[in-house]
Design a protein around this ligand. Structure first.
Ligand code: HEM
Length: 140
């Protein structure tokens, strides 16, 4: 009986903490699209038999990145007013470079050049790490 009470308390705590968590920002929603498509792309970029599907994944990531580039990172609001414009401009530049790399990736896949495609996927992963360090709010 006590165990059941204990388990109910845990369940209630879990459910309410999920409800309290702030809703995703518009940018987070786009990033989730990028993440899902990118995870699949990493698994198949080397395989020429999947190039049509890989191209569709690149198009999906590109569209999400394109709409992400018209948004502003949450971190912007934490910066002093005087630094915000430059921060957002840097973010947009980085997104532009990211999209340019996606276009290179599409060209490599279209040409059936999977060795290049794999290399570009790894560059995109590096860009993700660096961009997140700079533009993503640290978890609090
Ligand atoms: C392969 C590339 C990338 C992947 C897989 C990726 C994935 C993600 C994921 C999973 C999140 C967290 C979403 C959530 O909390 O629900 C996120 C957040 C974020 N990402 Fe990316 N990302 C990538 C590239 C980039 C690039 C290139 C930039 C910037 C130019 C960027 C900027 C951000 C920012 C600013 C956030 C925080 C969201 C906010 O401030 O509202 N990401 N990303």
């Amino acid at each position: 009986m006590k165990l059941r009470l204990f388990l109910s308390a845990i369940l209630i705590a879990l459910v309410s903490s999920t409800m309290i968590r702030a809703a995703d920002t518009a940018l987070e929603k786009e990033m989730k699209v990028v993440k899902n498509a990118f995870n699949q792309l990493k698994q198949q970029a080397a395989d020429p038999a999947q190039n049509t599907s890989s191209l569709a994944l690149v198009a999906k990531i590109r569209a999400a990145a394109k709409s992400a580039s018209s948004l502003e990172p949450e971190k912007t609001a934490d910066l002093p007013e005087k630094d915000r414009a430059a921060f957002v401009a840097d973010y947009k530049d980085e997104m532009k470079t990211f999209i340019a790399n996606l276009d290179k990736l599409a060209a490599a896949l279209k040409a059936g050049n999977n060795a290049d495609a794999v290399k570009i996927v790894s560059d995109l992963k590096t860009m993700q790490r660096e961009a997140h360090k700079e533009f993503r709010k640290s978890e609090d």
